[in-house]
Every structure is written in structure tokens, then in C-alpha cells.
Write a protein that binds this ligand. Structure first.
Ligand SMILES: Nc1ncnc2c1ncn2[C@@H]1O[C@H](COP(=O)(O)OP(=O)(O)OP(=O)(O)O)[C@@H](O)[C@H]1O
Ligand SMILES: [Mg+2]
Length: 394
């Protein structure tokens, strides 16, 4: 490439790409973040989510314990927002929040292989848990900002470096991560966004860690501790590489989800990931920075069961990992592709982009995976023991 100026330079190409993103936003493909709203829920779904009957909810609306719900001009209920559902949970005392004795869940969705569905899983898990009433903070630790984008932001246009983890990694005198935590259009779900600038942290941290400051690998854990009291679950979406940010993520996490697509290449790199993880754990332990995981699960993602090779490999993975592999398989779905092309999650979609059947099937996989993770979280909370026993899980 001619960098003297007759053909485009890399900087030009970057500037042009940003222009394209800007015009996509202008055409409403991105949808203004400020105008984003979470979907509304029907009374039947609300009753199930709140843990009270529709009759009990209507009764509370009538006697003024709950505000009366908005109606269309023809008198039909518009449906309930997540904020309204959370208000009901408060009134009926059915919030699923952890108690003080229950440890904050800090879940890393990690595999050093790129494109295995980490960000997709992290975003859908965070939104699922928010719908279930948990207080969740999703931290985008990847300078690619895919998770940030799925909330309707164009990371390099809408997010400044001071909105990300970057200043926290950089300035030892910053003691709280609260500056970076922002609301999302999902009530109870907060986001620490990322943009390209976070990539600088990778080098800066690596240089400082190498200059005998290994404790900097604790920085993310410290940031999480500074905001942890406000949340039940923290979800970390790391970059697809073993760098200082990924090490900081592993050090901060107390649970790990490893997505693996059932292909030979992905299985090979997951095996490498497990080997590297083991080595890393030993090295960090030697430096008195142990990784302490309460649980770890693998999950098959992007699976296409039409392909016999994938079916075979899936069987093999299941035999190999047993209960460590989540029962639900997150299959490849056009609905996920379609939602992400709109910079949305499948939970954001009010109606199917493809067909109702494809959409419902996709929701079934997503809800299945997320419900299994929710159970893992609750198993770490002593206050849940009674309920888990009643549900036959313990
Ligand atoms: N189950 C699925 N069905 C269809 N498409 C999927 C599925 N899971 C992920 N994808 C698509 O695959 C691409 C990569 O997914 P994603 O960004 O979640 O992977 P990642 O592991 O976070 O990647 P990276 O390593 O770059 O961070 C995205 O375009 C996403 O929409
Ligand atoms: Mg990602």
C-alpha cells in the first residue's frame, strides 16, 4: 500500500469506516441508544416473572399498591416494562437479590479463541438475569467493543476512553469504578463499555506488570470490589487472547463459562485454552495471585446439528466433559445473526426477524443455557439452599 497519499492510508480507511458507521446510525440501523427501550411483557409473563398470579397483580393495581398500567386509547393494556416488573417484585417481596452472606457472582465468559460466541453469550446472559430481577453489571473488557455495540453504541464514536476501564487501569489513585458504570435500557442492568483505546491498557499494563508490579493484575478485581455491593452478578467479556486484561479477568472472576463451537478447530483451541489456563493458574499462584473459581462450565455454542461431523463431536465433548458441559446447546441461529446486525440482542427483538418458529427456537436455547447458569449462581448462595431443595435441585 502506498502510504504517501495517492492510495488510501490505513488511517484514511479507518476514518472512512467510521463515516460509514455514522451514516448507518443516521439511517436508523443502529437506532439511537437514547431511544432504546426494553420490550414490554404480557400479564401472563409478568405473573410468572414476579411469582404472583395475574389476579394478585390486578388486585394490587386496583387497591393502589401498584400504579395502574398504561392503556391504549381502545383500553388495551400496553404491557409492562421491566422497571414496572421490578416495582412489583419490590411490593410483593419477590426480588431474587443475594443477601449479605451470599458472595457476589463474578462470571468470566472466556475462551482465547476468537468468534466462539463469548460476547453473544455474555450479553444474553446479562439481559436474561436482569429480566429475572437480578442486579447485573456487564463489563466489556474487549477493545473490539462487541458487547458495547450490542447495546446500540458505535464504540469508537459514542464512547470516550474515560468511559471505559482504561483510566482505572491507568491511574492507581482512582479507587472506584463507579465513574464507568452506566445505565442501559434494561432496568437493573448496567454496562461498563469499551472502545479501541482499551487496547492501550494491554501494553501499558504488560509493561508495568513486567516492571515488577504484578499486583496490577488485581486492578480489575479491585474495581469490581468497589462497585460490588450494588450488584448480584458481574459478567466479564474479555478479549480473545491471553494478555494482561485476560489475566486480570481470570484473577477477578469466581466463575468461568467457556463457550466451544463443536468443530475440530474450535475443540483444538479449547484444549489449548485449558492447557494455558492451567499453566496460568500455576504461575499466578506462584506469584501469590491465585485464581479462585467456585464453578466452571463449558457450553456448546454455534452448533449446527445438521452437520454429522458436529453431531459426532458434540457427543464426544459431552462424554469427555460430562456434567461440566451445560445440557442445553446454543445452536447456530439466524435470529442471533439478524439481531446482532441491528446491534441488538434476541431479547431486544419485539418480534421475529425471521419466522416465529426460528425466533421461538432460538429463545428456547438461550433461556435454557441462561437458566442453567442461573442455577449455578444460586448454588453458590447459602440463602438459596432452602428454595433449591424445594425445587429438587439440591
Ligand atoms: N448461536 C449463534 N448463532 C448464530 N450466530 C452466532 C451465534 N453465536 C454467535 N454468533 C455470531 O458470531 C459472531 C461472533 O460472535 P461473538 O462476537 O459473540 O464471538 P466472540 O467470541 O465474542 O468473538 P471475539 O473473540 O471476537 O470477541 C457474531 O457475528 C455473532 O452474531
Ligand atoms: Mg467478543
Amino acid at each position: 500500500m502506498d502510504i504517501s497519499g495517492t492510495t488510501p492510508t490505513i488511517a484514511d480507511l479507518y476514518a472512512r469506516s467510521l463515516n460509514v458507521l455514522e451514516s448507518l446510525r443516521a439511517q436508523g440501523v443502529r437506532g439511537e441508544h437514547a431511544r432504546r427501550q426494553s420490550p414490554r411483557f404480557s400479564i401472563t409473563r409478568v405473573a410468572e416473572l414476579v411469582g404472583r398470579t395475574s389476579a394478585a397483580i390486578r388486585e394490587a393495581e386496583k387497591d393502589g399498591r401498584l400504579p395502574s398500567v398504561e392503556r391504549t386509547t381502545s383500553g388495551r393494556r400496553i404491557g409492562y416494562t421491566l422497571a414496572e416488573i421490578n416495582q412489583m417484585r419490590l411490593v410483593f417481596n419477590t426480588r431474587p437479590w443475594r443477601t449479605e452472606e451470599d458472595p457476589l457472582s463474578i462470571i468470566a465468559v472466556q475462551n482465547f479463541k476468537g468468534g466462539v460466541g463469548k460476547s453473544t453469550l455474555a450479553v444474553h446472559l446479562a439481559q436474561y438475569l436482569a429480566i429475572r430481577g437480578y442486579r447485573v453489571c456487564l463489563i466489556d473488557c474487549d477493545s473490539q467493543g462487541s458487547t458495547t455495540a450490542l447495546f446500540g453504541y458505535v464504540p469508537d464514536l459514542d464512547i470516550g476512553e474515560n468511559d471505559t476501564l482504561y483510566p482505572f487501569f491507568r491511574n492507581p489513585e482512582t479507587t472506584s469504578l463507579a465513574y464507568a458504570v452506566r445505565e442501559t435500557h434494561w432496568d437493573g442492568l448496567y454496562l461498563v463499555p469499551a472502545n479501541l483505546k482499551l487496547y492501550s491498557s494491554e501494553y501499558e499494563l504488560a509493561a508495568r506488570v513486567a516492571r515488577a508490579q504484578p499486583n496490577l493484575l488485581n486492578r480489575l478485581a479491585e474495581g469490581i470490589a468497589s462497585i460490588g455491593d450494588h450488584f448480584d452478578v458481574i459478567i466479564l467479556d474479555p478479549p480473545p487472547a491471553l494478555g494482561t486484561i485476560s489475566l486480570s479477568v481470570m484473577r477477578a472472576a469466581n466463575a468461568l463459562i467457556v463457550p466451544i463451537p463443536p468443530t475440530v478447530v474450535d475443540f483444538t483451541s479449547t484444549t489449548t485454552f485449558l492447557a494455558m489456563l492451567y499453566e496460568t493458574m500455576l504461575t499466578l499462584e506462584e506469584r501469590h495471585l491465585p485464581i479462585n473459581l467456585r464453578w466452571m462450565r463449558l457450553v456448546a455454542t454455534r452448533a449446527d446439528e445438521q452437520k454429522s461431523m458436529q453431531r459426532e463431536l458434540l457427543g464426544l465433548i459431552r462424554n469427555l466433559f460430562g456434567d461440566m458441559l451445560l445440557r442445553t446447546v446454543l445452536k447456530d441461529s439466524a435470529e442471533i445473526d439478524n439481531a446482532s446486525a441491528r446491534l441488538m440482542s434476541v431479547y431486544d427483538l419485539e418480534q421475529p426477524v425471521t419466522s416465529r418458529e426460528t425466533y421461538q427456537r432460538c429463545l428456547t436455547y438461550l433461556n435454557g443455557v441462561n437458566a442453567e447458569v442461573e442455577t449455578q449462581i444460586r448454588l453458590t448462595w447459602p440463602s438459596q439452599a432452602g428454595r433449591l431443595r424445594a425445587e429438587g435441585i439440591l
